[in-house]
Design a protein around this ligand. Structure first.
Ligand SMILES: [Zn+2]
Ligand SMILES: [Zn+2]
Ligand SMILES: [Zn+2]
Length: 342
């Protein structure tokens, strides 16, 4: 992600900030310019005709919209269909954590020029349901025909860590859930004709195999012994649709971390890398890079550096994955599909 500045004092502001920590001005993210702004509704010295999204009043959104009556929610919040009620204090707090991850997702969809619209306006589009699971309703986090359900319990870090261990995953985050589930939605959009589907099947396998049966088999027997030669995660081995969604999520992880490295201006010295023909001295802007090999090589150098920093603090690796050659090919396939948009 970009590094943002306060429009008043030029101090760095984080993507989630609603106030500058240096000059105390109220500010928000202007999606139209990809900059932070001080809305004219807050300070009339700024003639930008901007106001906060309606969800700002619940402290779950800091995006700005044009100040006219037709604009209520921002592009990220208008995708919501079901959110917890204010009277439900526990879940209301969890909603905020989900929104932080969702806004990061939507920021990236815009960067990738991917189409998204609210299902409320267009039935083929996207709706987010943030729901509470109970013993009775058997809800799970998942995607179905554009509806993305994220369980509010995933926002509880203790619960999430328990699930991560139970599922034997090296990584489980809210932003990871959003990136995975939206992958299922874009699969429907991108592979809606036979020739594109053929390309997909050549690399990810035949998605016509029974999905429910495949998942059942995966949960009963686990991943095949050599899964790490072909897949980014154990779960990706369960069915080509899950392989796609897992790989898609990793593509978004790589693009976002690299954009952040680029925005900060992280540079590499030649002896930092074991990669032959490593041909960049600074972190490239991945959204402006055609060749996925350049993105991928820089990402390996960057994430191994940050993994080392994390280990210095006794924390887990930020990117605890090894990418086999076949997964590199799958990631390149996604990049080549999407770069037509960039
Ligand atoms: Zn400031
Ligand atoms: Zn909003
Ligand atoms: Zn999935």
């Amino acid at each position: 992600m970009k590094v943002f500045k306060c429009p008043n004092c030029a101090s760095t502001v984080f993507f989630e900030n609603t106030q500058c920590v240096n000059c105390n001005n109220t500010l928000g993210y202007n999606v139209l310019t990809d900059e932070f702004a001080i809305p004219s509704t807050y300070n009339s010295n700024y003639k930008n005709n901007l106001k906060f999204c309606y969800n700002h009043k619940y402290s779950v959104c800091n995006w700005l919209v044009e100040n006219d009556e037709s604009n209520v929610f921002c592009k990220a919040c208008e995708l919501n269909r079901k959110v917890p009620n204010e009277s439900d204090a526990e879940n209301f707090k969890k909603w905020k954590k989900l929104e932080i991850a969702k806004h990061r997702l939507v920021y990236q969809l815009i960067k990738l020029n991917l189409p998204f619209q609210s299902k409320i306006k267009n039935n083929n589009a996207i709706a987010f349901d943030f729901l509470s699971d109970t013993n009775k309703n058997n809800l799970v986090t998942g995607h179905s025909d554009g509806v993305i359900t994220i369980l509010l319990s995933e926002a509880d870090s203790v619960n999430r860590e328990q699930l991560r261990k139970q599922m034997q995953e090296p990584y489980r985050t809210l932003v990871g859930h959003f990136r995975h589930e939206i992958g299922h939605y874009y699969w429907m959009l991108l592979f809606n004709n036979d020739s594109d589907l053929e390309d997909f099947r050549n690399i990810f396998g035949d998605e016509k195999q029974d999905y429910n049966l495949a998942l059942k088999k995966y949960y009963n027997q686990g991943a095949p012994a050599n899964w790490n030669l072909n897949f980014i995660s154990k779960y990706a081995s369960s069915h080509p649709w899950e392989d796609w969604a897992e790989t898609w999520a990793h593509y978004l992880h790589i693009m976002d971390t690299l954009e952040t490295g680029n925005a900060i201006g992280i540079s590499f010295s030649k002896n930092q890398t074991q990669i032959q023909e490593f041909n960049t001295s600074t972190t490239p802007n991945p959204y402006k890079t055609d060749d996925f090999k350049v993105i991928f090589d820089a990402s390996i150098v960057l994430t191994s550096a940050v993994n080392s920093l994390n280990r210095s603090m006794g924390l887990s690796d930020i990117y605890p994955f090894v990418v086999p050659n076949l997964v590199f090919k799958k990631l390149s396939f996604i990049h080549n599909l999407l770069k037509k948009n960039l």
